[in-house]
Write a protein that binds this ligand. Structure first.
Ligand code: AMP
Length: 181
């Protein structure tokens, strides 16, 4: 089972993906988490990526795509995965298609988290991550609208939209029913 999770920053994708990963028995692959782990370990990739995360800009695809390719070739992905935060641009979606084609696999669906922008701004201000300063939050939302939201059209036939507003458990129920639809 291979799903992409789409939605603006602060929509709760990471929280839900972690729960769904347990329920569905496939790994949760978050490019943001992978970057933060590299930054925490001061790897070469982390050093390159840091300035982009700090500014709320996208890390160049040349770095991102190779990192995803390596991750989804690991043995724990044989039954599938939940991709959270990738692809984030049409170019990355093309790169993913190529990776999938090379392994003879395809996406089962795209889970889209729909939520009001004012709600996500309030949530992100409350969670206080390093890149959750208000100016950077607004920039990340703009990047999402410009670069990532067009993927909803790109993936139209695969998209299953859920209302991402509500208690964590309620949203999980909606997400599971959308995945199993
Ligand atoms: P996230 O945890 O998904 O909100 O991602 C945090 C930050 O990591 C983003 O603001 C970007 O700087 C970077 N990032 C995560 N995924 C990608 C991606 N697919 N392409 C480029 N940059 C990314």
């Amino acid at each position: 089972m291979r799903f992409v999770i789409l939605g603006p920053p602060g929509a709760g994708k990471g929280t839900q993906a972690a729960v769904l990963s347990n329920r569905l028995g496939v790994p949760h692959i978050s490019t943001g988490d992978l970057f933060r782990a590299h930054i925490g370990q001061s790897t070469q990739l982390g050093i390159q990526a840091q300035k982009y995360l700090d500014a709320g800009d996208l890390v160049p695809s040349s770095i991102t795509v190779d990192m995803v390719k390596d991750r989804i070739s690991e043995p724990d992905t044989s039954a599938g995965y939940l991709l959270d935060g990738f692809p984030r641009t049409i170019d990355q979606a093309h790169a993913l298609e190529k990776i999938l084609a090379e392994s003879g696999t395809r996406l089962d669906g795209v889970l889209s988290f729909a939520i009001d922008e004012n709600v996500v701004i309030a949530r992100m201000l409350a969670r206080g991550r390093a890149d959750d300063d208000e100016h950077v939050i607004r920039h990340r939302l703009r990047v999402y609208q410009d670069e990532t939201a067009p993927l909803l059209t790109y993936y139209h036939g695969l998209v299953r939209t859920i209302d991402a507003l509500g208690e964590v458990g309620e949203v999980t129920t909606r997400a599971l029913s959308a995945v199993n639809r």
